[in-house]
Write a protein that binds this ligand. Structure first.
Ligand SMILES: [Fe+2]
Length: 345
């Protein structure tokens, strides 16, 4: 399933979710196969972005973020092969991937964010690093970072867990509780990664810090060094948030994936304690939260539209539903379970 702008939609694509107009009226139900006439009718009715399935879609196979994502994972395979052989990473190749990924996300953020959000599981460390890189760039974009800084941030995110390649898979994928020595070994992966990269020509200092510090927490409760706030770099703080988020919204072993609102609330509970408050807020507003005018489904089954954000509580906006305004910050038992449609412009 994939979210596309109405201008990218092509005849033959199948709707994955119903399309509503701004007042919540159903325009076209899911499972309908689109043709030129229905696409133009949706456009005329004000639809800007719709969800389509990826079955039989040449566009998505050839040009969509999923294909792009897979190409990056394939490119990173070559990087991994070198690491496993004990050779230095190919900096040029990771630089090229970073440059391309940043360019793509600058122009096409939403499909990438949705792709990361919708995935139920990650198949490898490489996939995880690409997911984290995508989300980190989206935060970078929200923070209006310079393009070069976004590339540095992306490079670091793309290699942040590279030290895990030195931890046996049986330990990383264990579904029973870890022994103390296994836990100790896993907690060394940031140091392993840092040691692997520190003498490689062309690896920038941001990538080194991100690799070493992505499990450090502002209150000193992280690892491997228990580094505290003032010594944890800005980019390391960004990757830490993206890393936690992708971990908790995926199924892993015996652990079920968290729903988006639960993940958002868990991150927010750590804001200002282990995680940078301003960056967590930027992350929740740009990745997790629900943009203004998006159509959302609530846990009570009602469908409404986001009409205002709550600065102090980014995953609990104000919703217009059934002719009433409902402030989710004041109604803790009501929460958003699903985004039905985005209205981005
Ligand atoms: Fe890690």
């Amino acid at each position: 399933m994939f979210s596309l702008s109405i201008d990218q939609v092509q005849s033959g694509m199948k709707l994955a979710k119903p399309v509503f107009n701004l007042t919540g009226t159903l325009l076209l139900d899911k499972a309908n196969v689109l043709d030129d006439r229905t696409i133009s009718a949706l456009r005329n009715a004000g639809a800007k972005r719709i969800w389509v399935t990826d079955e039989g879609s040449k566009f998505l196979k050839e040009q969509g973020p999923q294909k792009f994502f897979q190409n990056i994972v394939t490119d990173l395979e070559a990087v991994r092969e070198r690491v496993i052989l004990g050779r230095p990473i190919d900096v040029k190749s990771v630089n090229e991937i970073s440059e391309e990924l940043v360019e793509q996300i600058i122009v096409n953020e939403l499909p990438f964010a949705e792709m990361v959000r919708m995935k139920a599981s990650e198949n490898s460390i490489l996939e995880h690093m690409v997911d984290v890189a995508i989300l980190s760039i989206i935060i970078g974009k929200a923070l209006e970072l310079e393009k070069l800084d976004m590339r540095y941030l992306c490079f670091g995110a793309l290699v942040h867990d590279i030290g895990q390649l030195l931890v046996p898979k049986e330990i990383l994928n264990k579904t029973t509780p870890l022994t103390n020595s296994e836990l100790k070994l896993i907690r060394k992966h940031p140091q392993f990664g840092y040691d692997m990269l520190k003498n490689v020509d062309g690896v920038n200092r941001h990538a080194l810090k991100i690799t070493l510090q992505h499990h450090e927490r502002l209150d000193g409760s992280g690892y491997p060094n228990g580094t505290k706030a003032k010594d944890i770099a800005h980019f390391s703080r960004i990757v830490a948030i993206a890393d936690i988020y992708t971990a908790i919204i995926r199924e892993k072993g015996y652990r079920k994936r968290m729903q988006i609102h639960e993940a958002g609330e868990l991150l927010w509970a750590q804001a200002g304690i282990g995680l940078d408050r301003g960056l967590t807020s930027a992350f929740l507003s740009s990745v997790v939260a629900f943009p203004l005018r998006s159509t959302v489904k609530l846990n009570n089954g009602q469908v409404g539209r986001v009409i205002a954000q709550n600065g102090d509580f980014p995953v609990r906006p104000v919703i217009f539903v059934d002719g009433e305004m409902v402030d989710l910050a004041e109604n803790p038992t009501i929460f958003i379970t699903e985004v039905i449609a985005y209205e981005t412009d």
